[in-house]
Ligand binder design. Structure first.
Ligand SMILES: Nc1ncnc2c1ncn2[C@@H]1O[C@H](COP(=O)(O)OP(=O)(O)O)[C@@H](O)[C@H]1O
Ligand SMILES: [Mg+2]
Length: 326
Protein backbone atom coordinates (compact mmCIF):
# COMPACT_ATOMS: atom_id res chain seq x y z
CA UNK A 1 0.00 0.00 0.00
CA UNK A 2 1.30 3.48 -0.86
CA UNK A 3 2.34 5.57 2.11
CA UNK A 4 0.34 8.42 0.56
CA UNK A 5 -3.02 6.63 0.72
CA UNK A 6 -5.55 8.74 2.59
CA UNK A 7 -9.27 8.26 3.09
CA UNK A 8 -11.27 9.59 0.13
CA UNK A 9 -13.45 11.89 2.20
CA UNK A 10 -10.57 14.08 3.37
CA UNK A 11 -10.36 17.59 2.01
CA UNK A 12 -7.83 18.13 -0.75
CA UNK A 13 -5.00 20.33 0.51
CA UNK A 14 -3.73 21.74 -2.81
CA UNK A 15 -5.30 25.14 -2.03
CA UNK A 16 -3.63 25.09 1.37
CA UNK A 17 -0.27 24.39 -0.26
CA UNK A 18 -0.71 27.32 -2.66
CA UNK A 19 -1.74 29.64 0.13
CA UNK A 20 1.22 28.68 2.35
CA UNK A 21 3.59 29.16 -0.59
CA UNK A 22 2.12 32.64 -1.10
CA UNK A 23 2.59 33.40 2.61
CA UNK A 24 6.24 32.27 2.53
CA UNK A 25 6.90 34.32 -0.63
CA UNK A 26 5.48 37.46 1.01
CA UNK A 27 7.55 36.84 4.14
CA UNK A 28 10.72 36.30 2.09
CA UNK A 29 10.22 39.54 0.19
CA UNK A 30 9.39 41.55 3.32
CA UNK A 31 5.80 42.15 2.19
CA UNK A 32 4.06 40.11 4.85
CA UNK A 33 1.86 42.26 7.04
CA UNK A 34 1.77 40.96 10.64
CA UNK A 35 -1.76 41.43 11.91
CA UNK A 36 -3.23 38.13 13.10
CA UNK A 37 -3.39 37.72 16.88
CA UNK A 38 -4.32 34.33 18.28
CA UNK A 39 -5.75 34.43 21.80
CA UNK A 40 -5.02 31.05 23.30
CA UNK A 41 -4.54 29.08 26.50
CA UNK A 42 -4.85 25.31 26.92
CA UNK A 43 -7.33 25.95 29.72
CA UNK A 44 -10.95 27.12 29.55
CA UNK A 45 -12.42 29.91 31.65
CA UNK A 46 -9.26 32.02 31.74
CA UNK A 47 -10.75 35.01 29.90
CA UNK A 48 -9.90 34.27 26.26
CA UNK A 49 -13.32 35.23 24.91
CA UNK A 50 -13.84 38.19 27.24
CA UNK A 51 -10.43 39.53 26.25
CA UNK A 52 -10.94 38.86 22.51
CA UNK A 53 -14.29 40.67 22.46
CA UNK A 54 -13.11 43.62 24.56
CA UNK A 55 -9.98 43.98 22.46
CA UNK A 56 -11.99 43.68 19.23
CA UNK A 57 -14.39 46.44 20.27
CA UNK A 58 -11.58 48.67 21.55
CA UNK A 59 -9.62 48.35 18.30
CA UNK A 60 -12.69 48.98 16.17
CA UNK A 61 -13.46 52.09 18.23
CA UNK A 62 -9.99 53.34 17.31
CA UNK A 63 -11.07 53.01 13.69
CA UNK A 64 -9.07 49.86 13.02
CA UNK A 65 -10.83 47.47 10.69
CA UNK A 66 -10.98 44.39 12.86
CA UNK A 67 -12.08 40.82 12.29
CA UNK A 68 -12.96 38.67 15.29
CA UNK A 69 -13.22 34.93 14.66
CA UNK A 70 -14.11 32.43 17.36
CA UNK A 71 -12.64 28.98 16.78
CA UNK A 72 -14.66 27.52 19.60
CA UNK A 73 -17.92 25.63 19.84
CA UNK A 74 -18.84 27.75 22.89
CA UNK A 75 -19.75 30.79 20.81
CA UNK A 76 -19.07 33.17 23.70
CA UNK A 77 -18.03 36.07 21.44
CA UNK A 78 -21.62 36.23 20.21
CA UNK A 79 -22.82 36.53 23.80
CA UNK A 80 -20.25 39.20 24.63
CA UNK A 81 -21.23 41.24 21.57
CA UNK A 82 -24.97 40.64 22.02
CA UNK A 83 -25.44 38.95 18.65
CA UNK A 84 -26.38 35.42 19.75
CA UNK A 85 -29.93 35.78 18.54
CA UNK A 86 -29.20 37.77 15.43
CA UNK A 87 -28.55 36.90 11.80
CA UNK A 88 -24.84 37.43 12.48
CA UNK A 89 -24.71 34.23 14.52
CA UNK A 90 -24.21 31.38 12.05
CA UNK A 91 -22.97 28.98 14.79
CA UNK A 92 -19.76 28.33 12.88
CA UNK A 93 -21.22 27.83 9.37
CA UNK A 94 -18.86 30.30 7.68
CA UNK A 95 -15.86 28.42 9.07
CA UNK A 96 -17.33 25.08 7.99
CA UNK A 97 -17.82 26.39 4.44
CA UNK A 98 -14.26 27.73 4.32
CA UNK A 99 -12.50 24.76 5.88
CA UNK A 100 -14.54 21.84 4.58
CA UNK A 101 -15.75 23.19 1.24
CA UNK A 102 -12.76 25.38 0.38
CA UNK A 103 -14.97 28.46 -0.02
CA UNK A 104 -13.59 31.92 0.82
CA UNK A 105 -14.07 32.70 4.52
CA UNK A 106 -16.92 35.18 4.69
CA UNK A 107 -17.59 37.15 7.89
CA UNK A 108 -21.29 37.14 8.76
CA UNK A 109 -21.37 40.90 9.20
CA UNK A 110 -20.48 43.86 11.38
CA UNK A 111 -21.19 43.53 15.11
CA UNK A 112 -20.00 47.11 15.66
CA UNK A 113 -18.74 49.71 13.17
CA UNK A 114 -15.34 48.42 11.91
CA UNK A 115 -15.77 45.08 13.72
CA UNK A 116 -16.65 42.11 11.52
CA UNK A 117 -17.24 38.68 12.99
CA UNK A 118 -16.84 35.03 12.12
CA UNK A 119 -18.77 33.33 14.92
CA UNK A 120 -18.01 30.04 16.58
CA UNK A 121 -20.61 27.50 17.58
CA UNK A 122 -21.55 23.86 17.56
CA UNK A 123 -21.08 23.44 13.79
CA UNK A 124 -17.33 23.66 14.38
CA UNK A 125 -17.44 20.08 15.63
CA UNK A 126 -17.16 19.02 11.97
CA UNK A 127 -14.11 21.23 11.43
CA UNK A 128 -12.38 19.76 14.47
CA UNK A 129 -13.19 16.22 13.27
CA UNK A 130 -11.69 17.01 9.85
CA UNK A 131 -8.52 18.39 11.43
CA UNK A 132 -8.09 15.26 13.56
CA UNK A 133 -8.58 13.05 10.46
CA UNK A 134 -6.11 15.14 8.48
CA UNK A 135 -3.53 14.86 11.23
CA UNK A 136 -4.02 11.10 11.52
CA UNK A 137 -3.69 10.67 7.74
CA UNK A 138 -0.64 12.94 7.67
CA UNK A 139 1.25 10.63 10.02
CA UNK A 140 1.61 8.20 7.10
CA UNK A 141 3.16 10.80 4.80
CA UNK A 142 6.94 10.71 4.40
CA UNK A 143 7.65 14.18 3.02
CA UNK A 144 7.78 16.56 6.05
CA UNK A 145 6.34 19.48 4.04
CA UNK A 146 3.34 17.43 2.98
CA UNK A 147 2.99 15.98 6.46
CA UNK A 148 2.54 19.41 8.04
CA UNK A 149 0.28 20.78 5.33
CA UNK A 150 -2.96 20.18 7.26
CA UNK A 151 -1.82 22.69 9.88
CA UNK A 152 -2.08 25.40 7.21
CA UNK A 153 -5.84 24.92 6.80
CA UNK A 154 -6.75 28.03 8.79
CA UNK A 155 -3.99 30.13 7.28
CA UNK A 156 -5.49 29.28 3.88
CA UNK A 157 -9.03 30.01 5.07
CA UNK A 158 -8.22 33.54 6.21
CA UNK A 159 -5.90 34.28 3.28
CA UNK A 160 -8.71 35.76 1.21
CA UNK A 161 -9.79 38.27 3.90
CA UNK A 162 -6.38 39.15 5.39
CA UNK A 163 -6.02 42.25 3.25
CA UNK A 164 -9.43 43.60 4.29
CA UNK A 165 -8.43 44.15 7.93
CA UNK A 166 -5.91 45.96 10.08
CA UNK A 167 -6.15 43.37 12.84
CA UNK A 168 -7.56 39.83 12.92
CA UNK A 169 -8.24 38.18 16.28
CA UNK A 170 -8.62 34.41 16.56
CA UNK A 171 -10.22 33.27 19.83
CA UNK A 172 -9.34 29.59 20.06
CA UNK A 173 -10.92 26.72 22.01
CA UNK A 174 -8.79 25.31 24.84
CA UNK A 175 -9.65 21.65 24.37
CA UNK A 176 -8.60 20.99 20.82
CA UNK A 177 -4.89 20.85 20.08
CA UNK A 178 -5.45 20.51 16.30
CA UNK A 179 -7.50 23.70 16.23
CA UNK A 180 -4.85 25.50 18.28
CA UNK A 181 -2.08 24.32 15.96
CA UNK A 182 -4.00 25.42 12.87
CA UNK A 183 -4.69 28.82 14.46
CA UNK A 184 -1.05 29.27 15.48
CA UNK A 185 0.07 28.57 11.92
CA UNK A 186 -2.38 31.21 10.65
CA UNK A 187 -1.20 33.78 13.20
CA UNK A 188 1.57 36.31 13.58
CA UNK A 189 1.23 37.02 17.30
CA UNK A 190 0.18 34.97 20.32
CA UNK A 191 -1.63 36.59 23.21
CA UNK A 192 -2.08 34.38 26.28
CA UNK A 193 -4.51 35.27 29.03
CA UNK A 194 -3.70 33.36 32.17
CA UNK A 195 -4.88 33.20 35.71
CA UNK A 196 -2.23 32.58 38.32
CA UNK A 197 -3.55 29.21 39.55
CA UNK A 198 -1.68 25.94 38.81
CA UNK A 199 -4.15 24.65 36.21
CA UNK A 200 -3.97 27.85 34.11
CA UNK A 201 -0.23 27.59 34.26
CA UNK A 202 -0.48 24.00 33.03
CA UNK A 203 -2.58 25.30 30.14
CA UNK A 204 0.09 27.85 29.44
CA UNK A 205 2.80 25.22 29.28
CA UNK A 206 0.67 23.22 26.81
CA UNK A 207 0.47 26.31 24.60
CA UNK A 208 4.25 26.77 24.83
CA UNK A 209 4.67 23.29 23.32
CA UNK A 210 2.22 23.94 20.48
CA UNK A 211 3.82 27.31 19.86
CA UNK A 212 7.12 25.53 19.22
CA UNK A 213 5.44 23.02 16.87
CA UNK A 214 3.66 25.76 14.92
CA UNK A 215 6.86 27.76 14.55
CA UNK A 216 8.37 24.87 12.60
CA UNK A 217 6.22 25.92 9.66
CA UNK A 218 5.38 29.50 10.65
CA UNK A 219 8.56 31.15 11.77
CA UNK A 220 7.12 34.68 11.89
CA UNK A 221 5.00 33.64 14.88
CA UNK A 222 5.87 35.63 18.00
CA UNK A 223 4.70 35.50 21.57
CA UNK A 224 3.23 38.97 22.00
CA UNK A 225 2.70 38.54 25.70
CA UNK A 226 0.83 37.08 28.65
CA UNK A 227 -2.09 38.92 30.23
CA UNK A 228 -2.70 38.21 33.88
CA UNK A 229 -6.41 37.71 34.13
CA UNK A 230 -8.85 38.15 36.97
CA UNK A 231 -6.13 38.88 39.47
CA UNK A 232 -7.45 39.81 42.90
CA UNK A 233 -4.25 41.17 44.23
CA UNK A 234 -2.58 44.38 43.33
CA UNK A 235 0.26 43.66 45.75
CA UNK A 236 3.51 44.05 43.86
CA UNK A 237 5.10 41.13 45.72
CA UNK A 238 2.35 38.72 44.68
CA UNK A 239 2.46 39.97 41.09
CA UNK A 240 6.23 39.57 41.00
CA UNK A 241 5.90 35.97 42.20
CA UNK A 242 3.34 35.26 39.46
CA UNK A 243 5.62 36.80 36.86
CA UNK A 244 8.44 34.60 38.04
CA UNK A 245 6.29 31.47 37.69
CA UNK A 246 5.11 32.45 34.22
CA UNK A 247 8.63 33.14 33.06
CA UNK A 248 9.66 29.70 34.29
CA UNK A 249 6.68 28.11 32.48
CA UNK A 250 7.60 29.78 29.22
CA UNK A 251 11.35 29.22 29.50
CA UNK A 252 12.14 32.85 30.12
CA UNK A 253 10.38 34.10 27.00
CA UNK A 254 7.42 35.60 28.82
CA UNK A 255 6.78 39.20 28.04
CA UNK A 256 4.13 39.95 30.61
CA UNK A 257 1.86 42.92 30.01
CA UNK A 258 2.06 45.57 32.71
CA UNK A 259 -1.69 45.95 32.60
CA UNK A 260 -3.63 43.14 34.26
CA UNK A 261 -7.37 42.49 34.11
CA UNK A 262 -8.88 42.68 37.57
CA UNK A 263 -11.20 40.10 39.12
CA UNK A 264 -14.67 41.62 39.17
CA UNK A 265 -16.98 38.73 38.47
CA UNK A 266 -20.28 40.58 38.90
CA UNK A 267 -19.29 43.17 36.28
CA UNK A 268 -18.02 40.50 33.88
CA UNK A 269 -21.21 38.45 34.21
CA UNK A 270 -23.39 41.54 33.80
CA UNK A 271 -21.55 42.65 30.66
CA UNK A 272 -21.94 39.25 28.99
CA UNK A 273 -25.59 39.13 30.01
CA UNK A 274 -26.19 42.50 28.38
CA UNK A 275 -24.21 41.65 25.26
CA UNK A 276 -21.87 44.58 25.67
CA UNK A 277 -18.19 44.74 26.53
CA UNK A 278 -17.28 46.60 29.75
CA UNK A 279 -16.10 49.72 27.87
CA UNK A 280 -19.61 50.07 26.42
CA UNK A 281 -21.17 49.99 29.89
CA UNK A 282 -18.78 52.31 31.69
CA UNK A 283 -21.35 55.11 31.83
CA UNK A 284 -24.51 53.01 31.87
CA UNK A 285 -27.27 54.54 33.97
CA UNK A 286 -28.89 51.13 34.31
CA UNK A 287 -26.20 49.78 36.62
CA UNK A 288 -26.21 50.15 40.40
CA UNK A 289 -23.47 52.46 41.72
CA UNK A 290 -21.19 49.66 43.01
CA UNK A 291 -21.57 47.69 39.79
CA UNK A 292 -20.92 50.80 37.73
CA UNK A 293 -17.77 51.42 39.72
CA UNK A 294 -16.33 47.98 39.01
CA UNK A 295 -17.51 48.12 35.38
CA UNK A 296 -15.65 51.39 34.91
CA UNK A 297 -12.51 49.94 36.47
CA UNK A 298 -12.71 46.82 34.29
CA UNK A 299 -13.30 48.96 31.20
CA UNK A 300 -10.20 50.98 32.12
CA UNK A 301 -8.13 47.79 32.37
CA UNK A 302 -9.18 46.72 28.87
CA UNK A 303 -8.56 50.19 27.41
CA UNK A 304 -5.05 50.39 28.85
CA UNK A 305 -4.30 46.83 27.81
CA UNK A 306 -5.41 47.60 24.24
CA UNK A 307 -2.98 50.52 24.09
CA UNK A 308 -0.21 48.30 25.45
CA UNK A 309 -0.99 45.57 22.91
CA UNK A 310 -0.84 48.09 20.06
CA UNK A 311 2.43 49.51 21.37
CA UNK A 312 3.89 46.02 21.60
CA UNK A 313 2.82 45.22 18.03
CA UNK A 314 4.44 48.43 16.80
CA UNK A 315 7.62 47.66 18.74
CA UNK A 316 7.80 44.18 17.20
CA UNK A 317 7.29 45.62 13.74
CA UNK A 318 10.08 48.14 14.27
CA UNK A 319 12.38 45.41 15.58
CA UNK A 320 11.67 43.30 12.49
CA UNK A 321 12.31 46.26 10.18
CA UNK A 322 15.53 47.12 12.00
CA UNK A 323 16.58 43.47 11.58
CA UNK A 324 15.91 43.63 7.85
CA UNK A 325 17.79 46.90 7.42
CA UNK A 326 20.82 45.66 9.38
N1 LIG B 1 -12.55 40.29 34.97
C1 LIG B 1 -13.20 39.19 35.34
N2 LIG B 1 -13.34 38.88 36.65
C2 LIG B 1 -13.98 37.76 37.04
N3 LIG B 1 -14.56 36.90 36.21
C3 LIG B 1 -14.47 37.14 34.88
C4 LIG B 1 -13.81 38.30 34.40
N4 LIG B 1 -13.91 38.30 33.05
C5 LIG B 1 -14.59 37.20 32.71
N5 LIG B 1 -14.94 36.49 33.81
C6 LIG B 1 -15.73 35.26 33.86
O1 LIG B 1 -14.89 34.16 33.58
C7 LIG B 1 -15.59 33.18 32.84
C8 LIG B 1 -14.76 32.73 31.66
O2 LIG B 1 -14.53 33.81 30.79
P1 LIG B 1 -14.30 33.58 29.24
O3 LIG B 1 -13.83 34.87 28.70
O4 LIG B 1 -15.50 32.97 28.63
O5 LIG B 1 -13.09 32.54 29.25
P2 LIG B 1 -12.57 31.51 28.13
O6 LIG B 1 -12.91 32.06 26.80
O7 LIG B 1 -11.10 31.41 28.38
O8 LIG B 1 -13.26 30.20 28.41
C9 LIG B 1 -16.91 33.80 32.42
O9 LIG B 1 -17.93 33.21 33.16
C10 LIG B 1 -16.78 35.26 32.75
O10 LIG B 1 -17.99 35.81 33.23
MG1 LIG C 1 -14.01 31.20 25.18
Amino acid sequence: MSTRTVPLNLMNLDGVRRSLERRYALIDTGQHDSKVIVVVNGKGGVGKSSLSSALGVALSKLGKDTLLAELDEQGNNCEDLGISNSALNDRGAAQVAAILEGKPLTPTGEARPHLHVVPGGELLEEVVAELYCQRRAAKRIDDPDDRDLWMGIYAAAIDGVRDDYDVIILDVAPGSDVLQLAALVAADYVLIPSKSDPSSRKGLRAVAKRFAAAREINDVLQLLGVVLFATNSSATKVQDKIREHLEADLNGAAPLFEQTIRHVEAAAVEARLRGKVPQELRASKELSPPLLKSMKALAGDYQSLTVEVLQEMTARLEQAQAGEDA
